[in-house]
Design a protein around this ligand. Sequence first.
Ligand code: SF4
Length: 305
Amino acid sequence: MDKKLVEKIKQLKRQRQAVILAHNYQPPDVQDVADFCGDSLGLSKNAAQTDAEVIVFCGVKFMAETAAILSPQKIVLLPDKFAGCPLANMINAEQLLALKQQYPDAIVVCYVNSSAEVKAHSDYCCTSSNAVDVVNSLPKDKQVIFVPDQHLGQFVKEKTGRNLVLWPGYCVTHMMITEEDIKNAKAKYPDAVVMAHPECSEPVKKLADYVLSTGQMLKCAAIGGANRFIIATETGIIHALKKQNPASEFIAASDRAVCPNMKKITLEKLLWSLENMQFRVVVPEQTRVKARLAIDKMMQILPVG
Ligand code: SF4
């Protein structure tokens, strides 16, 4: 790690009264310089609770938007303005409104990996760790639309027994992990515990011992009981897993599971972001208030885990 660069970042962070957030999929050196590492909603909640004036979100656009939704009085910066999420971009507000017209009485649940506009047109937001509980809390006689990830949606469908209307979105990075990858890793490390993210395909999830969000993976690895794990999600999480569990071994199910958008953030861009206060992410107030409602309704049902 470039110590001078890190020192400059820390110095500027103090001057700007900023807090640096890094998603679990960020490059290791970016995770190491952050004040908080974690998943998108957990990070936004951390940021809302600090008295920092500026939030630098090392992640992708929908994450910075979520921070802006929860902290309207703070300046939210995304170090690379092109860091977007292909999954979140697979549905826009017009497409969701058209779907709602087809199912006018349905309740809309949107995964946090969605734009602020899509959240604003949804009834509930959810994360990969609480999606099952959110859907389970809804009246049984109500049709539920679930957007945008079909694989998380399929997982929720199986766990709840509900007949959800799914949107055909998917995470390109998680699709890089194949059934073959898991079979090969299991053959090589037969004693390893397989943890897969719900955004993985159904055949991959069927081969896993546990289907977990990144936060749940970190908790599961810390519990003990196993010391070798095969990890089926974006490879950035392995840095956090190793850091927290130095005695355990973590093997990426596929080296191809690298999100190019998450990896757009570098230490240099983080420094420039603090120097030039770029790139500011603003959510129009009308959209923000409506999107906040969907997040608040989720939080009223259950805490974010
Ligand atoms: S890993 Fe997938 S869901 Fe996460 S930011 Fe990248 S494309 Fe989006």
